[in-house]
Design a protein around this ligand. Structure first.
Ligand code: ZN
Length: 108
């Protein structure tokens, strides 16, 4: 049987007692789809075999890790399991921003 635990409070989530909430966060560069299409088609039209060979050499020179970094456009998809309590907390502050202490700070 699959066992889930909350990624925030680490408590096990028993599906008979509570609902497991899944949070998916996608982070990706906001590229204008129109610009992207235009760039891609222009590149395809002007690509000669010389260019492709250069690209091939370049890719071969890169170590596997470097290649991953070379191709990395910053896209990430994160996935978390949350219990009910953490789901509510997450929705109140999805980015985990620190509360503004200046408003509640006291000098006693
Ligand atoms: Zn939790």
């Amino acid at each position: 049987m699959l066992h889930y635990s909350c990624d925030l409070c680490q408590r096990p989530i028993d599906p008979e007692l509570g609902i497991r909430h899944v949070v998916k966060i996608s982070v990706f560069p906001a590229v204008n789809p129109h610009d992207h299409e235009e760039a891609a088609s222009t590149a395809a039209e002007s690509a000669s075999s010389d260019h492709l060979d250069d690209m091939h050499d370049l890719l071969e020179q890169l170590e596997e890790q470097d290649l991953a970094a070379f191709l990395d456009d910053g896209t990430r998809t994160l996935r978390f399991d949350l219990c009910e309590g953490c789901r509510q907390r997450f929705l109140r502050n999805p980015l985990g921003a620190k509360p503004n202490k200046a408003l509640t700070f006291s000098n006693n």
